[in-house]
Write a protein that binds this ligand. Sequence first.
Ligand code: BGC
Ligand code: NOJ
Length: 817
Amino acid sequence: MEDLLRYGYFDDEQREYVIDRPDTPLPWINYLGTDAYFGIVSNTAGGYSFYRDAKLRRLTRYRYNNAPLDVGGRYVYVRDDATGDYWSPSWQPTPERELDGYECRHGLSYTKIGSARNGIRAETLYFAPLGETLEVWRVRVTNERTESAEVSLFSAIEFCLWDAQDDSTNFQRNYSIGQVEVVDEVIYHKTEYRERRDHFAYFACSEPLAGFDTQRESFLGAYRGWDRPAVVEAGAAKDSIAHGWQPVGSHHVRLALEPGETREVIFVLGYAENPKDDKFDPPGSQTVNKTRVRPVIERWLRSETVEKGYADLRAYWDGLLGGLSVTTPDGDTDRMVNIWNAYQCLVTFNMSRSASGYESGIGRGMGFRDSNQDLLGFVHILPERARERILDIAATQKADGGAYHQYQPLTKRGNNDIGDGFNDDPLWLILGVAAYLKETGDLAFLDEPVPFDNEPGSEAPLYEHLRRSLRYTLDRLGPHGLPLIGRADWNDCLNLNCFSDTPGEPFQTTENASGGVAESVFIAGLFVLAAKELAGIAALRGQDGEEVVYRAAAEKMAGTVTEHGWDGAWFRRAYDFYGNVIGSGENDEGQIFIEPQGMCVLGGVGLEDGLAARALDSVAERLATPHGIVLQQPAYSGYRIELGEISSYPPGYKENAGIFCHTNPWIMIAETMVGNGDRAFDYYRRLNPSAREAISEVHRCEPYIYAQMIAGKDAPTHGEAKNSWLTGTAAWNFVAITQWILGIRPDFGGLRIDPVLPGGWPGFEAVRSFRGATYEISVRGTGRVTHLLVDGERVEGNLIPPAAPGAVVRVEAIATA
Ligand code: BGC
Ligand code: NOJ
């Protein structure tokens, strides 16, 4: 262990992760933007920006899967004009130049990257101010020498021609359409402006320019890369204007620095849209309309505006994170709960699965299932945005209760790009709505009219959507009375209806995928959970008759699981198209899967008769590894048409026995439900990124956020993480630690304090806002909470009586041991 490299450390005071060597195993990225203008930025300044939609409104160009990785970014070059030596303070794209004191600080929605070379220090702060559609780069250059210095500074970005997919494929057109305009030293990227007339980008600098460039070949020189741009080498911009080919933006600034002097240079990259009936810019106009953006640009090029914008951003995050903070005996827990896990939950909510180091921004829309789960992790921070998101999702639901698997963020319409018939989808809506109601108590939400499939006139109360979600499962039961799986369930790759209907010619189609009779024990568990949640909601509305019906449906399904879904020591996974069992001791491979062990117990199946505890022991015996719990065992050793994509992965990766981190918190929660705090917390720590920081060289992904997958024990790279950032792992780990292990759990009737802690903890402290009041909570002892002292008054049980909005309430939770 001691021999492993470290790449940085946590600065909890600043809420930053500080990377102190640039050659991290993979680009370690962060996100800029909080609302409509977004970007990703790596520790070596790689990444790109977009407005709302990473596919259709991409501002800057980035090349995924390139060598070296992470090409394209927000580059700054410094040139010592006396010697001609030049470098980039972010190490890339000039990795041959040695740097002193490299440091990257990833903070909440901002990143600072700085270093020095030969006595010239440069540090850039990147952030996108609240409420604007632009990003700021504030560069500070300091002369640390004893003599004065003449330096040049060059900025550099490459513009994307907006549609990122078209941009990377349609070269016959794109090499001819690029257009820019440079007016008053501001670079405007206006490709397609004349045709669509509504959007453009701008790139501006606070200092008088020595020159600029907008044609990539002029800036770099023919056959050169970003590591040695000809213009930077020569120390003189060419004032090039792009006509077609590859428009770029680069400013050249000359600075004369006295010894010890620091100069600040601000760059602003932004996105602008003009009204469709723009009076200033008649159709056919060759120039972009600067009337509205000029004042914005001028404002953000001022140092005071930037200072204030940065302070506002920090205050924004203080406010968001103030909603829940904990002080426990475990520093890694505190750091993740108080800072990074909450941050990742919000980023994931904003991005869904669109733009990361692994999601290209052009592949996927918003997931019906994914977005419902994402909101579990941030509903306590921004309930109004959860509300809005739920309404968007519910409006894509079909009249039969079914769901489009994804929808587009710009149009908010369901799409069928990867097919539908993922039969678990509708049930997640119930869980999302239940979480919102528990947090807010906003019962009127259930009466909100919401259309089906966005059809005007089809509006029905949100509550009716939930009814249909449940009905959707009941209308689709298979031969054993278990829910039909359709195309797949949570496990996208378990494609059990992929059969051959032409002898000798195996194939998979959407039609046969959703038409078969394969059944899912996982959906059964999810159904039991969702039916109980809906029963709770019905009870709140005083619809007692319905409550009884839903509880009976849950009960019945639980019985079916026990009858056909129990394998003797664990829950089975499914029945395939042919009626063969999956996830059973009868199978040669894939005998036990994690998902039904987690979800059936979450639904309460087996809690009373001991099956739950037995299933969890099987997980510990067969699936747990020091790096987390693998998805199934034994891994599939080869492709099987009757199982689909799951068996297409090499053993130990992704759904084929990888540690699919999303599922691990289900087991943590299940362990708390059987009262096993030690095991729950042990599993939690195995995945906790901060606790894994010491093995960064093995883990390889960012140590401040969760990854979707860690290679399982069958993989040669066991312990290596992939697919960091945009994953349901973030929300579920947050729920597992805060609501079940620490036990601060919103319920329909109020806030519950029901911790199931690891032995040896004396308790912990927390501050939680809930329905407008603030609760200062002390938990004393490790056993189950028997009573509370609420402002000194004894209350039996673990439910805090609701306090008036604005109140600050002191709660002591007294546990038995
Ligand atoms: C991956 C899944 C993912 C799906 C998205 C599959 O290839 O293994 O994890 O959810 O693609 O379509
Ligand atoms: C990632 C998808 O986004 C999620 O919806 C799915 O449940 C998991 N992969 C497992 O297949």
